[in-house]
Design a protein. Sequence first.
Lengths: 255, 326
Amino acid sequence: MTAMLETVHLYKSFGALQVTDDVSITVEEGEVHALIGPNGAGKTTLIGQLTGELRPDAGHIRFDGRDITGLATADRARLGLARSFQITSIFPSFTAEGNVSLAVQATEKHSFRFWRPAETLERLHRPARQLLRQLGIVERADTVAGGMAHGEHRQLEIAMALATNPRMLLLDEPMAGLGSEESQAMLELLARLKGQYSILLIEHDMDVVFSLADRISVLVNGRVIASGDGEAIRNDPQVRIAYLGEDDEFGEADA
Amino acid sequence: MTLSRRSILYLVLLALALAVPLLGNTYYTRFATQIAMYGMAALAVDLLLGYVGLITFGQAAFVGVGAYVTGMLTVAGVHDALIVWPAAILGAVAFALIIGALSLRTEGFQFIMVTLAFAQMVYYIAQSLRSYGGDNGFTIPRRNTLAGMSLANHTVFYYVVLALLVIVMVVAARLVKSEFGMVIRGRRDNERRLAAIGFPPFRYKYAAFLIAAGVAGLAGALMANHARFVSPAILSWQVSGQLLAMVILGSAGTLMGPIFGAAIYLVFQQVLSDYTDHWMIFFGPLIVARVLFVKEGLWGMLVRALGAQEIRAPRRPVATDRGAAE
């Protein structure tokens, strides 16, 4: 297996607070690597560094064999590193289809085309519809996205990520705020994506993590305290300590 | 052929605009020219405010550069509008190349202040031009000629301005719906998301900034011709503020709204200032009322009242792409 995404001794601090403390993780090609950890462990900061919104103080990030530490967010996306946001992030005034077709448009070399109405372009419209259909929200294609339900927003986010023709997905809590039925649908979707893309999954729902992940890394106070398959993580004493007192999700998972 | 209510509304407004000189009073024709020129400059502000989501407090700088370039060239003996006006546009774009490169690195409130600061710099540069009258400005001996045609006649000049406004309007309407248009609207909605799907936001903002400056430069060239006079007043921050007020009054993000807003603004200014120098005391509350009570702006309100909203029909039967639904 070859590494799709790799961080090498990554450090980031805000003032005196060390939020990323010597983090070295690897996502192999085609694997689902889950990143878990209690609130405030530094997961979102780490994602920020991976996407280029934050600069690490030290260390390197490699994507598909290439050092991307100094690359801007858009350039990383163009290399095939797509993300979904923890807090819904869409273009609210666009239709659902408009959201996805803009993401399709982003795969082109540039968009300095000023004359033909984007809406009439079959090369944007067709793949956008296709993705909406794939995610089961095609009947909402002409709905203004801002007015759609939360669950639909989460699906739309995934559709936008897939529209950019990615090689890897960074999914920041894709299940956040979903009802139980929606969660089930999202879980099925993620299961379908598994294998097609390398995935770094940040998720609080341990059932999801244990059922999808090939490998799990546990982040506590900015440090990776354990990394391994589900079995190894469940039985890791340090992980159990870190999670004790929060809620006993590991107990449940064991049962 | 059936016309949508929206098309009818535009045609009626165009007919009204075309009919103004028929009133036979030069005063009205000149006033309508004023509205068209300010409308064009306000449209430029709307491109930034309503489509890119950038609140600029310095658009007057580009109007002013266009006006000064026009005035200077004309004084130097270049009279052909086909040379002078494109030069005015290029001059404004040249300033925008520098101002945009620096100001677009900032966001939100900082951007407002930085554009204002640059506009003030341009204002003081104009003020220091001793050979062009400094603070007092300078007069232009005569209007430009358009491919040999004299524009001295107010009606002829009005129709030229109106034609240019219509062209700018049509081109802008295409632009905001083009692929480029979708990118800048995406930035208005959510810049972070735009970057995350792979668009480097800066270069698209920059391009829009340059386009808006060019439009403002053209408006400035027309204003200089209209008044046959240019002074630093055209560059002042009050003008930038006026343009913003026109956009907000009309409706941001509609292109037509700012022109409508310019008309209302200038009419009020004209009517109220007959009674008092402090007409802003009465006009200010109107703008506040617009912001508080008329969410979609006056143009949006008019469009809705006439049932002339843009129709967003699904282009294909939804749900089943080959269903029997049509």
